[in-house]
Design a protein around this ligand. Structure first.
Ligand SMILES: [Zn+2]
Length: 60
């Protein structure tokens, strides 16, 4: 019974790890995943590469 709980916890942990890994690798390089960047005069500019999401979908 305890063993089963450990296996379930391990699977959840692994899934979470993979999810984080994918998130990092989809991160927008232009805005560093923030979804915006600072313009020269200090105002927030919405990132046009990721459309403000901070993430890049695969394939582009
Ligand atoms: Zn971006």
């Amino acid at each position: 019974m305890i063993f089963r709980l450990i296996v379930i916890a391990a699977v959840i942990g692994l899934g979470y790890y993979i999810f984080n890994y994918i998130q990092v690798h989809n991160k927008c390089q232009k805005c560093d995943g923030k979804g915006y960047w600072r313009a020269m005069r200090g105002e927030k500019e919405k990132c046009d590469m990721c459309k403000g999401t901070g993430k890049i979908s695969k394939g582009k």
